[in-house]
Design a protein around this ligand. Structure first.
Ligand code: PHE
Length: 457
């Protein structure tokens, strides 16, 4: 009975089947390559503990308020990002903020899917044992071979896109929610096993202290801004993902609680990923600042020196692929929701069309480090260019405009009415939230943008 009531919202819009399902789906979007692949390596590049601390402060003071803003706009608008801004604003130009989001969805998924494909290739390598016994130099060669190949990266990119489309076709409840409910808890279990293995290695404590003991001499202004940019990427903010997911949320659910759970889980997984990686890196005398290769080069070296290494390696890359897939789903859902709501397409048509376009957009990204390495746009190869214009420019821009929209255009009163379910629940941090959104967050985001555009170094 309750289930049936929840299925269809006020205007017949499909909704999440349960609060748990929604939280798992939103956490699935947030937790991805950003947490497990990117966060540990940027922490490693920026000296460890101090970066982690600054990142946490920024995450909770700037990014989390924006997360609540997006979910609030989404639930009130009951639409994809373009439709939500159209519904909430008198001035129709605001729909372009949503449109930036939809375009970002196309562009981010095109290269994100390629990285997700590398993780699939590493599952295959782990399961077949082809990484076993290789020394770090050989492992580097093996990663470079994946990176620079032409057929292999495209093949795995195709596998990722087909899987993503298949799940999104299933829709909100049957597709996204059902998968996230199984996959996200599995992820927690696997990563906790990895942490236990890692911290009990001999010599692991040096890594634990590198990671958790702040040494502020290593932290630069650039590092702080990197922390800010990453806080957006990791919570899937600035492109309307959380507006879209919020739009499937019932009016009865409590938004502040949902936001707190998602933010804590996302942070928990990122911190655990670092705790799985750094102690092991130090225990085996490897370098913590290996950059993007940290996961793909350093960890297999670590696995090779562990009992049951092949099993742990398979589990780890399986986990990374799962995390990447649930994020990829959320990017595609933004685009699909736009076509379904605004263009009245069927979910099937929207999913297949968008998936196909994104696959094509991603093919040059899959070849960008190999056959297309010479092809550059503004001095960057195609892959780095997509990453740069989306993560560095479009997401912060979308986030900034979202803050301004909620704080100054739609208005704090209406937003608070939505957040408190028409004043039926308490939200103690209401004025803090509005204050952060109107003042601190916009200033912080403008700093990231200024950095991204090279206004200061
Ligand atoms: N949050 C995801 C991650 O950490 C990436 C993402 C960005 C997903 C933007 C959706 C939208 O990997």
């Amino acid at each position: 009975m309750k289930q049936d009531e929840n299925l269809i919202g006020s205007e017949g819009r499909e909704q999440w089947g349960s609060r748990f399902g929604f939280i798992m789906a939103a956490a699935g979007s947030a937790i991805g390559l950003g947490n497990i692949w990117k966060f540990p390596y940027i922490a490693g590049n920026n000296g460890g503990g101090a970066f982690v601390l600054v990142y946490l402060v920024i995450l909770f003071s700037i990014a989390v308020p924006v997360l609540l803003a997006e979910m609030t706009i989404g639930r009130h608008g009951q639409k994809n990002p373009v439709g939500a801004f159209k519904a909430l604003a008198k001035n129709q130009s605001w729909k372009w903020v949503g449109a930036i989001g939809v375009i970002s969805g196309f562009l981010i998924l095109a290269f994100y899917s390629v990285v997700a494909g590398w993780t699939l290739s590493y599952i295959a390598k782990s399961v077949t044992g082809s990484l076993v016994g290789l020394d770090p130099k050989e492992l580097e060669g093996s990663f470079v071979a994946v990176l620079t190949g032409s057929f292999e990266p495209i093949f795995w990119h195709l596998v990722v896109m087909v899987s993503t489309v298949a799940i999104v076709i299933g829709g909100v409840q049957a597709g996204i929610e059902r998968w996230s409910k199984i996959l996200m808890p599995a992820l927690f279990v696997i990563i906790i096993l990895l942490v236990l293995r890692s911290v009990t290695l001999e010599g692991a404590m040096a890594g634990v202290s590198f990671y958790l003991k702040p040494d502020f001499s290593e932290l630069t202004g650039k590092g702080i801004l990197e922390a800010l940019g990453h806080s957006f990427f990791t919570l899937s903010l600035g492109m309307g993902t959380m507006i879209t997911y919020g739009s499937y949320l019932s009016k009865k659910e409590k938004l502040p609680q949902a936001v707190a759970s998602v933010a804590l889980m996302d942070t928990g997984i990122a911190l655990l990923a670092g705790l799985a990686i750094f102690p092991a890196v130090f225990a085996f005398g490897l370098a913590p600042d290996k950059g993007p290769g940290l996961v793909f080069i350093t960890l297999p070296a670590v696995f090779n020196q562990m009992p049951l290494g092949q099993l742990f390696s398979s589990l780890f890359f399986g986990l990374l692929a799962v995390a990447a897939l649930t994020s990829a789903i959320s990017m595609l859902e933004v685009v699909v929701a736009y076509f379904v709501d605004e263009q009245k397409w069927s979910r099937m048509k929207a999913s297949i069309f968008s998936g196909a376009v994104i696959f094509v957009l991603g093919v040059p990204a899959a070849m960008a480090n190999g056959p297309l390495a010479e092809f550059t746009i503004f001095g960057r190869n195609y892959f780095d260019f997509l990453d740069y214009i989306t993560a560095t420019i479009m997401l912060p821009l979308g986030g900034l405009l979202t803050c301004i929209f909620l704080g100054y255009v739609w208005g704090a009163d209406k937003a608070l009415k939505e957040v408190t379910n028409d004043n039926t629940i308490q939200f103690k941090l209401a004025s803090v939230w509005i204050g952060l959104l109107k003042y601190l967050a916009p200033v912080g985001i403008i700093l990231v943008l200024a950095k991204g555009l090279g206004i200061f170094d």
